[in-house]
Design a protein around this ligand. Structure first.
Ligand code: ME8
Length: 529
């Protein structure tokens, strides 16, 4: 079983493109694994506790539970708008999750993994954590990423994180905790060095924050939001579930094939806290998850004085977010999914650029594939009465198309195995270009005029339709709605049931009749905005 998770989003505002991207990335991988015949469980959700939620609720003058409910709906709507095929949905205020967190806390408390102490130091309100001297910059200050920092003395509960760091270092070095892309590993190893001497504060006193899961052994405290949130990956996978619960069977799902997260939450939360928490709970090396760490969508910023361009992270606090719902309303689900998979190298950052969305979608999908599908179906209908009949003709041009087809079937899974979605789409686009070139060279519209060339015409049109059939299957993970429409027009519903291993030349047999073409990838028209 392939168990894939996204981060669970803070519903303290509306979702932005970063949230949309993580869902699309995970969805493409989930659908691709299903295409490869693997069983997949895809979990996503929202992180409803924590001080951020309380602060926003106060600002908006609403009850925090009401805010969580209202904004959670927006995240659910986004899943729908983006055609996300998640199997599970995690909300941290769910009683089943709370029960699991409580049981884990009780067990760790009984094992002596938790202790209470008083601590005085600096506290970052934005990041909801105490800061140590390691967080100071070269001038001895706490940088802007920490937001408002205040001196605070507080009694709290701590998790003996430092007891697990020697184990963690080995687990990272030996890839028991897999980290993709591999270049992030050194960042994690550096961060383990910092964590070696510090334990993790896992509580907040109720007198200053009551919105959270109460500690089962000390009613004056609630659980720190990250400790609560990370557990979603196992609570909603059925860990410690009650008899008769509808949650999945944990032993089937775990360990997660990938926790798919952004680079800002790899260290310390996912690469340090989480594996150490699991280790303290008794999970062994073979039961450690892998992390797939993606980069950020940034926004280009022009300095008004110098005219110089730079990139800044798209984020709620910077107020530069692109609303994915508006984008879907404007250009459609397929174009948004296509762009988010096509214009970023997994693991790296990219600038979100609406101009490129238009250019890539129009040139590669509307003009490239849309045109190929349209001309293939139209000419088959006009010249062969809509039926793909048997033929004997073969020549070098046909051979080139079949070679390009074979090469795509080799490159595409290689790229997907490297989680190089962009590379997989580039390979597909290059195949489509080859087939359009084939159409232009062989000129079926000319062949049609010569009865003596009917066998060649049949061969050419079959090659073109066959290319569309393969493209439709490989596009299923990326643009599922468009792929289904293509298969409808090819009148080949069987394509949707094929597994990757079934893909070969000859998906459309002789005798296959095709349907009327309708635009599947309508050209995006720019409005004034
Ligand atoms: O961090 N580009 O939630 P979140 C790409 N609740 N990805 C981005 C991004 C951007 N500009 N901005 C954010 C949290 N993300 C916690 C997670 S998991 C147990 C708890 C990604 O709503 C970010 O990296 O701030 C993270 O993976 C996800 O969106 C949710 O961010």
């Amino acid at each position: 079983m392939i168990f894939l998770t996204t981060a669970i989003d803070y519903p303290n505002g509306s979702p932005h493109i970063g949230h949309a991207y993580e869902k699309v990335l995970t969805d493409v991988l989930a659908r691709y694994h299903r295409l490869c015949g693997e069983e997949v469980y895809f979990l996503t959700g929202v992180d409803q506790h924590g001080q951020k939620m309380v602060q926003t609720a106060e600002k908006e003058g609403v009850n925090v539970a009401t805010l969580a409910k209202k904004n959670t709906k927006k995240f659910l709507k986004l899943l729908d708008a983006l055609d996300i095929s998640n199997d599970g949905w995690a909300e941290t205020t769910d009683d089943r999750h709370k029960a699991c967190v409580s049981q884990i806390l009780t067990a760790l408390h009984e094992k002596g993994q938790l202790y209470k102490k008083s601590y005085s130091g600096y506290y970052s309100i934005r990041q909801e954590q105490f800061l140590t001297d390691q967080e100071r910059d070269e001038n001895g200050n706490f940088g802007p990423e920490w937001g408002e920092v205040e001196a605070r003395e507080e009694e709290n509960w701590y998790f003996k994180l430092s007891e697990h760091t020697t184990w963690l270092r080995e687990a990272v070095e030996s890839d028991a905790l897999g980290i993709v892309p591999a270049f992030r590993k050194s960042e994690v190893l550096n961060a383990i060095g910092k964590a070696e001497s510090t334990d993790l504060c896992i509580s907040r006193p109720k007198e200053r924050l009551s919105w959270g899961i109460p500690l089962p052994f000390d009613p004056d405290f609630v659980t720190y939001v990250w400790f609560d949130a990370l557990i979603n990956y196992i609570s909603f996978a059925g860990y410690l579930k009650e008899e008769g619960s509808e949650l999945p069977d944990f032993d089937k799902l775990w360990p997660a094939h990938f926790h798919i997260i952004g680079k800002d939450i790899m260290v310390p939360a996912h690469a340090i806290y989480w594996p150490c928490m699991l280790h303290a709970m008794g999970f062994e090396n073979a039961q450690m998850p892998n992390l797939l760490v993606h980069g950020w969508w940034n926004v280009k910023k022009k300095d008004s004085a110098t005219g110089e361009e730079s990139s800044e992270k798209m984020s709620k606090s910077l107020g530069n977010i692109v609303d994915p719902m508006e984008l879907v309303d404007t250009v459609g689900t397929d174009a948004v999914r296509y762009y988010l998979a096509r214009d970023i190298a997994t693991g790296k950052d990219s600038d979100f650029d609406p101009e490129r969305l238009f250019v890539l979608f129009n040139s590669e999908m509307a003009n490239g594939l849309g045109n190929l599908l349209n001309r293939s179906l139209n000419m088959t209908k006009a010249s062969l009465g809509a039926e793909l009949v048997a033929y004997e003709h073969d020549d070098e041009e046909c051979q080139l198309v079949r070679n390009s087809h074979a090469s795509l079937l080799k490159t595409f899974p290689e790229k997907m195995a490297e989680i190089d979605l962009r590379g997989a789409l580039e390979a597909l686009v290059s195949f489509i270009t080859d087939v359009n070139t084939f159409a232009e060279r062989t000129k079926p519209w000319e062949l049609k005029k010569d009865e003596a060339k009917r066998d060649q015409l049949t061969a050419v049109l079959h090659h073109m339709c066959e290319a569309c059939a393969l493209a439709s299957v490989l596009l299923q993970p990326f643009v599922p709605a468009a792929a289904a429409k293509m298969q409808g027009q090819l009148n080949a519903p069987h394509l949707a049931d094929l597994k990757f291993a079934d893909l070969k030349w000859g998906l459309l047999p002789a005798g296959q009749t095709i349907n009327k073409p309708k635009p599947v990838f309508p050209r995006l028209q720019k409005s004034d905005e």
